[in-house]
Design a protein around this ligand. Sequence first.
Ligand code: 4AD
Ligand code: MG
Length: 448
Amino acid sequence: KCLSSVSHILGAHKTGDVVTVKGWIKSLRNQKEHIFVDLSDGSTDRKLQICVPKHSGRNLTTGASIIVSGPLSLSPKGQLELSANNIEVCGKCVVTEGYPFAPRKQYTPEYIRQYLHFRPRTNKFSALLRVRNAATLAIYNHFDSEGFVNVHTPILTSNDCEGAGEVFRVLPESANLVKSMMKEGQSEDEVYFNRKAFLTVSGQLHLEAAAHGLSKVYTFGPTFRAENSRSRLHLSEFYMVEAEVAFVDKLEDVTGCVETLIKKVTTEVVDKSGEDVERCQDVKLGCTWVDKKFPVVAYKEAVDILDKNRDKFKEKVHPREGLGKEHELFLVEYCGNVPVFVVEWPKEMKPFYMRESEAGLVSAFDLLGPNVGEIVGGSLRENDYDKLRKKIPEENSHLEWYLELRKFGSVPTGGFGLGFERYLQSLLGIGNIKDAIPFPRWPHNCSL
Ligand code: 4AD
Ligand code: MG
């Protein structure tokens, strides 16, 4: 008897093989002499049909976890089916005692979100988690094949990379520890690291240091933002894919990296996980754009387009205040529902580290995608020591180390950060970002 997964059984086994499989009962059908069970173990969206003799299946209920063994045969419909000759209930599930999901019933994402701890066993969300996994692997594979080195940038940091004041502060909980470490004149929130520490909003600055020794680097990990936003596009904790490339002095080189990454990852996910993609999307957007060139629009040009269409918006565009969500989404539609790069932004709208191109503008871009708007932000970095020194703001005044990168063997670098959940949201037509991450955190919600 070989222990196997449902995915492996349905994909690689044949009639006559004797297997053992473990999983959860998705639904049951009682017939005259047999009970038919649809079993899932999360390895695939498909279910394995199990035929159980009535006398050995009396204690089976929907939702229960079981271990079953027996030979495989073909059902009258031609599907591979397991005839149980041994079945063991691992954990019972009494549906009437408050389990929130009934078999074969459809639920809204909002309903399912109330039960984050049960959500991974729903068909739709388990498919999302497999797609997330496939996209994660595709991202690592892509960077590896392009010669990038993965660098683990720190979660605890003393910088606020984006300078937007959206950092979470980190403090030791133990009053005893604080007391024992306290030095003369120190405030409590500086005790542990001798300065204030935060959860990272971006690994970029550390990635730039790494790029100065390894040329092409990337990181993929959690980032944190203390924003008071409960929108369908914001999380307090989200995953970001960030890359930094040295010896780059054209913005096209960075946007090119982003375009290749997105197209390659999307193609791989759709090819390898098509069934799961079908299952977990909220709205079927398709991604016909994988074969198209992503358009590039200058910020100024984007403002002109929006201004000409001002009657279509609730808020007209204010060129000095950036783009609203409705404006971003309009631009994507205007460009044929293809992700679009908006480049060359007014410098006052962007963080200190970006390189100035011409008077008042920085070599920066946002990539706007269908259903979401901004998915990626990136730029060339200021690598002139004197210019950068003048631009470092007060809250990042201790960034001498970052400045020093420009003193010794400095090279021009450029890079970007892709919001992983926003990317999934755009690819899968997911309405709310909270449905693109296993355990979402947002204001007033961190209990599970
Ligand atoms: O545009 P952002 O702030 O760029 C940076 O952090 C750069 N330092 C990245 C770099 O160049 N290495 O954030 C990057 C992306 C955004 O485009 C968006 O997709 C996502 O991160 N993002 C969020 N996703 C979910 N919830 C939030 N609160 C997010 N804030 C940003
Ligand atoms: Mg941004």
